[in-house]
Ligand binder design. Structure first.
Ligand code: ADP
Ligand code: MG
Length: 553
């Protein structure tokens, strides 16, 4: 048996140097990488087994085993997967064959970005183990047979390879941890890293722990995750627990939806609507869903899966349609994620609709907290206008301060011959309720929506028409109420009031206010008040002017 010494490919060496010297934090992900390699190796074995019956058998179930020696700072990760021949070891662990790793390398050196976040986004792979290990030994026996080989490197430019004794198929990776990284040999540390990144790996992950002088093999990861199980197998508590795990919210979720979609891009998902607002509802920019690919956690907040106007939604999506070593850029360009996103959006909006129909009180509680955020959707997601329009609620001249009306109810109780939905914008319920603009309509029994959320000005710009009904501001331009609602006696009288009598007064207003207003008109919109300001049909409303001013424009 001879021991050969080989140099690493230049690029590999470069990558290792970067790993060791540039990425200080987030070192723990090395374990995720080694576990995912082990899981891949078992996947490959299972795939080959289908057609090749001559592979070396294993007495153990397909699994990944971790053990450690705290005194000697040693951590061992072992699998009974496909294993590697000598050539495979040299190719796989001596060169960068993998394009994801290559991309990562380019990114890292090109921007000189010592950003540890980056490393979490890439499948950085095997070499990340050099962040914590001063020496790595890989022993592997290919399931195809041949002899086992041992690869050893200290990450300094070369590695050795020689035959070794390994009777069982698969790969055993031994890390000699650096003095300052010895915590990675602690059971609690291993447990927490596995829980965090690899809880849903398909195969069992065992940790050999010593208790009262006896070694126990304890399983660290869950069996099948909630979202991959059949809905009927899950209990309410399973969903509640998952919600708490992924959302950092200790309260129960308001509702959830479990999706198992076959179709063009198959995926499993569980999405949750919280019952209370997170403290950062209006400032958060890290919304998204937790993305898994083949049980490996890829991104905890995948923005590509959730529009901003649903930023309060928490959830998990798993699809096998993406490569494991997917990078941030790839996530952004990927054309499968938008398809998943669309279905998630549809599901969430439908769930909210169902809630509003089945338990209106609960829905309104939701709406009070999240309604304004939901309304942003009118601006950003034209495709969902119809669904969103069924979800919005307003205060109005008929709801009182605490009530709400939907478009549907508004239309049901509209006046005969009414072909428009009337609204008034303003800064508060009280301010709008006192507005002289309302008089002509309320006296005829016509309902007026109060758009008093700051977001409403944008809402109205994006949503000018509901079905066949135009949304009509009553504080802008002309409104013709002829034939709509019940005309009161007062109204008839005011119609009859001869305009000639007012000509002198109007002229006086015109000259005195010439610099402040555009026009003075005789109005039919007032009952009690003597006069009111009306915005131009195409002009900004008073509320919009206030918002623009407040934002410094
Ligand atoms: P990636 O997993 O993205 O391909 P890695 O750097 O993690 O890149 O691993 C490089 C290669 O080494 C893998 O593609 C695989 O062929 C091989 N390899 C790593 N770990 C194992 C293992 N436990 N069993 C078999 N092959 C492995
Ligand atoms: Mg890998």
């Amino acid at each position: 048996m001879t021991k050969e010494v080989h140099s690493f490919q230049a690029e590999t060496q470069q990558l290792m140097n970067l790993m060791v010297h540039s990425l200080y934090s987030n070192k723990e992900i090395f374990l995720r990488e080694l576990i995912s390699n082990a899981s891949d190796a078992v996947d490959k074995l299972r795939f080959e087994e289908i057609t090749n019956h001559n592979l070396i058998k294993s007495e153990k179930e397909n699994s990944i085993s971790i053990s450690s020696d705290k005194e000697k700072h040693i951590l061992i990760i072992e699998d009974n997967g496909l294993g590697m021949s000598k050539e495979e070891i040299m190719n796989n662990l001596g060169t960068i064959a993998n394009s994801g790793t290559k991309k990562f390398l380019e990114k890292l050196s090109e921007q000189d970005k010592k950003d540890s976040n980056l490393i979490g986004q890439f499948g950085v792979g095997f070499y990340s183990a050099f962040m914590v290990a001063s020496k790595i030994t890989v022993e592997s026996l290919s399931a195809h047979g041949g002899s086992a080989h041992k690869w050893v490197s200290t990450g300094d430019g070369s590695y050795t390879i020689e035959e070794c004794d390994k009777e069982t198929r698969g790969t055993k990776i031994t890390l000699e941890l650096k003095e300052e990284e010895k915590e990675f040999a602690d059971d609690w540390r291993i447990r927490s890293i596995v829980k965090k990144y690899s809880d849903y790996v398909t195969y069992p992950i065992y940790l050999a722990e010593t208790k009262d002088g006896k070694v126990e093999e304890n399983r660290l990861n869950k069996s099948t995750p909630v979202w991959a199980r059949n809905k009927r197998e899950n209990k309410t508590e399973d969903y509640q627990e998952l919600y708490k795990q992924i959302s950092m919210d200790w309260r129960e979720p308001l509702l959830w939806e479990h999706m198992s979609v076959e179709g063009l891009v198959p995926f499993n998902a569980v999405v949750f609507v919280p019952s209370e607002a997170p403290f950062d509802l209006y400032t958060r920019d890290n919304h998204g869903l937790h993305l898994y690919v083949k049980r490996v956690s890829i991104s905890e907040k995948c923005k590509e899966l959730l529009p901003e106007y649903l930023r309060f939604v928490a959830g998990v999506v798993e699809t096998d349609e993406l490569p494991l070593n997917v990078s941030r850029e790839i996530l952004q360009q990927n054309n499968k994620l938008p398809q998943i996103k669309k279905q998630v959006v549809k599901k969430v909006l439908t769930a909210l609709q169902n809630l509003s129909q089945n338990d209106n009180e609960k829905y309104l509680n939701f709406y009070k907290v999240f309604g304004a955020v939901l309304k942003e959707g009118f601006h950003f997601d034209h495709e969902q206008h119809e669904a969103l329009s069924e979800l919005v609620r307003f205060k109005s001249s008929k709801t009182g301060k605490d009530g709400y009306v939907s478009f549907k109810e508004y239309i049901e109780r509209r006046a005969d011959a009414q072909r428009e939905i009337y609204y008034l914008t303003g800064s508060s319920f009280d301010a709008v309720e006192r507005s002289p603009h309302l008089e002509a309509l309320t006296s005829r029994g016509i309902e007026v929506l109060f758009l008093i959320d700051p977001i409403d000005e944008w809402f109205i710009m994006s949503y000018a028409k509901h079905g066949e009904y135009n949304l009509k501001p009553i504080h802008k331009g002309e409104i013709d109420l002829t034939g709509i609602g019940k005309e009161s006696e007062d109204e008839k009288k005011s119609e009859e009031a001869p305009a000639e009598q007012l000509v002198g007064l109007i002229d006086l207003f015109r000259t005195k206010l010439a610099n402040d207003i555009k026009e003075v008109k005789i109005s039919k919109r007032l009952r009690e008040s003597a006069c009111c300001l009306v915005a131009d049909e195409n002009g900004m409303s008073a509320q919009m002017e206030r918002i623009m001013k407040a934002s410094g424009q």
